[in-house]
Design a protein around this ligand. Sequence first.
Ligand SMILES: C[S@@+](CC[C@H](N)C(=O)[O-])C[C@H]1O[C@@H](n2cnc3c(N)ncnc32)[C@H](O)[C@@H]1O
Length: 259
Amino acid sequence: MTEYVYNDNDSTMPALSAKFASRVGDSSGHHEEAFHSMLELLAHAISAGAMIDVGCGMGRTTAACAGIVNEVVALEPDEARCNYTRDLVRDKPNATVLQQTTQQFIAENPGKQFDLVVLGMVIQHLPTHLCDAVLADLATLCKPGGLTVVATTHALEKARCFTHQHVTEGRLLSQISREAFDAYAADTDHQDKGLPVRRFSRSEFESVIPDAFEIVHWGQYSYFRPEHIEHFAWLHSVEPHELANTGNSQYLVLRRKRS
Ligand SMILES: C[S@@+](CC[C@H](N)C(=O)[O-])C[C@H]1O[C@@H](n2cnc3c(N)ncnc32)[C@H](O)[C@@H]1O
């Protein structure tokens, strides 16, 4: 059990999602389709093994993979979201949902390792020291030679920043220092500007990956729909044309080194 509270109920997600497009097929599908179809492919590749979904939220990855993978463990520190996911997969005996952090799970299950480790859209909300610690835990949880997938925000190199979910100004006026972000992200009882949001550039994202991993693949997804590109250009404080081929999210597929 943890004291952590996630200060959002995802009620604004449908309106936000409508601003993004998939570039799979005719773009009429879900804007995260490229990421989720890649995850399902990896789940099929290790279907006889075990996977862990760290920070499972409302359980979409957990539920999808529980129908594919022999053993699925999901960790979620927020009580309400953990219970939601537990209920979602109650008819899947191969899925275990725990209200735990990686630190707690590792302490209670020393030596337990997984063929596939997933950390989807979590690290951008964490204080920077906790981001580094959770990523290090992924290396502990992943079998040597196994795969780990991490997804997060994506911004142009010049637009990477620390900010908040609810902003009324573009990046140049709404970005905060790393120290201010760390303090805000650590205090989940007083997040009056919504979730803390760290917009990672690709190189910054790659730089926080522990040495225990080799980077196998980078991808981006959730492209800005043309009719909303001006808004996101304002939000990121860049020119609209610079976002034409930039996904709002990115992921890395990592292989755990054998030694
Ligand atoms: C944006 S949601 C993503 C949920 C899910 N992975 C998905 O892709 O739908 C971020 C989740 O990370 C969880 N979280 C926050 N701190 C965490 C931590 N230290 N370790 C793991 N998960 C954490 C939050 O409670 C929240 O459910």
